[in-house]
Ligand binder design. Structure first.
Ligand code: SF4
Length: 332
């Protein structure tokens, strides 16, 4: 449970108030035209793809290309984008989902005085009841989880929640609106492209003026992957800007196990790179239509991500990347 004033976490909470929430610091003044400019840049680049974009959207059967953080990851290799291995629940990713749910319940529910184990047990029950009939769902995985593994998972997630509560400051709800698991959708190019994402946490000031007053936080419970994690939260920042018409003043990845944020503040061109990634993802989707038809060779690039690709056992590029990786460690 969250400790009281003067406990060991008080300094950590105070630090987060300043470092992450920027409490008491001036927010940047923003030109409302900046979001319109980002959207205009996206629309112009997408319009430049012409018929290839429409062909790619038509090939989906939904007349629409979806861009998510997962799709952006798969920009790395055409083979991965074409043949991703189906998602499988594992103890590691279930731990992450359960921890997110427990933190969400804590933030939404005013559960400061409820023991961590009880919050986690409720989170488990909620996830287990979501779609138990679907054998690929997390519900099915949780319901089939052996007793010992279930106990281990709950203990680990209770520990994560405890760490989170120790460092996470109370937010004055009369001043800020806190929203968890906020799903955002933005359509572009006359509806042929949809950007979609679910933000772990949005903190909005209740004051509305000419300043940026939204903070976006993405929680991570696994091993930090700084560049990758930053790219993800930037996508969320762009999504939030396009969906709400207002730029966030800051976006951050919060590493729960370490109680540590990595933040990035709004400044001029930061989101331009994300605009280019989104356009690249759509361009890749358009190119993959030609690759599938055999009109273009795939562009392959091997790396750690190959383990998530169905081609991994029969791919020369993956083998080459494995050997290069091994040689680096041998000579390093
Ligand atoms: S195994 Fe790796 S290199 Fe080969 S297609 Fe898949 S992701 Fe690309």
């Amino acid at each position: 449970m969250t400790g009281g004033p003067g406990d060991g976490g008080a300094a950590a909470r105070e630090r987060l108030r300043t470092e992450l929430f920027g409490w008491g610091q001036d927010r940047p003044i923003v030109d409302p035209g900046e979001v319109a400019a980002l959207r205009g840049q996206l629309e112009a680049e997408l319009a430049g793809l012409g018929d290839a974009l429409h062909a790619a959207a038509t090939s989906t059967g939904r007349q629409q290309l979806l861009v998510t953080k997962t799709r952006l990851d798969r920009l790395t290799c055409d083979g991965w984008a074409l043949d991703p291995a189906p998602f499988e629940h594992t103890e590691a990713n279930v731990r992450g989902t359960l921890a997110h749910k427990a933190i969400e319940r804590h933030l939404d529910g005013g559960l400061e005085q409820v023991p961590e184990a009880a919050v986690v047990a409720d989170a488990w029950r909620e996830l287990a009841a979501r779609s138990p009939g679907d054998p690929r769902s997390i519900s099915a995985w949780l319901n089939a989880c052996p007793k010992e593994a279930a106990q281990r998972l709950r203990t680990e997630v209770s520990g994560l929640l405890g760490t989170f509560r120790t460092v996470w400051p109370d937010l004055p709800r009369q001043l800020v609106q806190v929203r968890t698991e906020k799903r955002l959708d933005v359509t572009l190019a006359d509806g042929t492209v949809r950007l979609q994402g679910t933000l772990d946490l949005l903190v909005d000031s209740r004051r509305v003026d000419d300043r940026a007053r939204t903070l976006i936080v993405d929680f991570k419970t696994g091993v930090p992957r700084s560049d990758h994690d930053r790219a993800e939260v930037r996508f969320y920042a762009l999504l939030a800007a396009l969906a709400t018409g207002r730029l966030p003043f800051r976006w951050a990845t919060f590493y729960v196990a370490e109680g540590r944020p990595e933040i990035e503040d709004l400044h001029g061109p930061t989101l331009d790179a994300t605009v280019r990634r989104v356009v690249d993802a759509v361009r890749q989707a358009a190119r993959l239509t030609a690759v599938r038809a055999g009109a273009e060779p795939p562009r392959l690039r091997g790396g750690l991500w190959c383990r998530g690709c169905l081609r991994r056992d029969d791919c020369d590029e993956a083998e080459r990347a494995r050997q290069e990786h091994a040689a680096r460690f041998t000579t390093g």
